[in-house]
Write a protein that binds this ligand. Structure first.
Ligand SMILES: [Ca+2]
Ligand SMILES: [Ca+2]
Ligand SMILES: [Ca+2]
Ligand SMILES: [Ca+2]
Length: 288
């Protein structure tokens, strides 16, 4: 079982970003190997993406997504397997052949990896809402193309670990073949995918990550929840690709606040108490 590492990268990154020094390239020397982390930013939102491979499974792909300076995401990334045997690998174990971010701190990024006889192209678009709105969207478009001369039996996985409002322990999650939802007292996250997945799964962290990183082929087990606690989930697409053929997937993740409207009969004392509880929770978050 993997232990959830402390996300020091996020603290570093958010500090830099709020100081309005968003650079295209961050070199994070504290990480195990020198790695280049890219920023996606738009209005109230900031996400970090590391295109290179880390042998710490939880340090691959999208490493956080803050909305109004509150982090909502621990990790979001992609794994694949070709054929019915052998292990899955994260797609950034493949050769990085193209990386394009047109401007510093832009909200769009595209990256392409090449394997033996195929290429995987990803396009990310972060669409933040107005400052203070708590609203944000992340669009991911993935195209897998057979560039070889043999038919490919492809298995593709999107793995997502939301930790809403900085902490996943009080989150609740459910999933089906085309949608996943997760919420806590303050935040609601939705993921809608197209086409529908062949399989899906929801499990306490780090069971799915362990399955994607072990040495045996994985087929997700379609547990749909509800499940409370620090969960992660994944979708799996199984498809056959003829030479020159492509398969595209669209993924739309969104974050929104849960509006807490006081009941009309609520006394002032109760409202003050709720406020104190919120301040207490905030202080606890800050002190962690
Ligand atoms: Ca926007
Ligand atoms: Ca939470
Ligand atoms: Ca596996
Ligand atoms: Ca989680």
């Amino acid at each position: 079982m993997l232990r959830k590492p402390f996300n020091f990268l996020e603290k570093h990154f958010v500090f830099e970003a709020t100081a309005a020094i968003i650079l295209t390239i961050f070199v994070i020397t504290a990480r195990p190997a020198k790695s280049t982390v890219l920023a996606l930013s738009d209005e109230n939102s900031l996400a970090a993406f590391d295109p290179s491979f880390s042998d710490i499974p939880a340090n691959n792909g999208i490493l956080f997504w803050t909305v109004d300076d509150v982090n909502q995401l621990f990790q979001n990334w992609f794994w694949y397997r070709v054929g019915s045997e052998g292990r899955e690998n994260s797609i950034n174990t493949l050769n990085l052949i193209d990386l394009d971010q047109s401007q510093p701190a832009d909200n769009q990024l595209s990256v392409t990896y090449a394997g033996i006889g195929f290429e995987i192209a990803l396009n990310f678009t972060l669409n933040g809402g107005a400052q203070g709105s708590g609203i944000s969207s992340l669009f991911e478009n993935i195209t897998i193309k057979n560039t070889g001369s043999n038919q490919l039996d492809f298995h593709f996985f999107n793995y997502t670990d939301f930790d809403l409002t900085e902490n996943g322990e009080q989150d609740t999650t459910k999933i089906g073949s085309s949608i996943a939802t997760q919420w806590d007292n303050l935040t609601f996250a939705t993921e809608v995918i197209d086409p529908t997945a062949s399989y899906y799964h929801l499990s306490p962290f780090s069971n799915i990550l362990d399955a994607l990183e072990d040495d045996v082929p994985t087929t997700l087990a379609n547990f749909s929840g509800l499940l409370a606690g620090d969960n992660a989930y994944a979708f799996q697409w199984d498809f056959t690709l003829e030479p020159e053929q492509s398969f595209s997937i669209n993924i739309h993740k969104s974050i929104a606040p849960i509006k807490s409207v006081p009941e009309p009969t609520m006394t002032l004392g109760l409202i003050a108490f709720s406020g104190l509880m919120l301040i207490r929770d905030k202080l606890r978050q800050l002190c962690r």
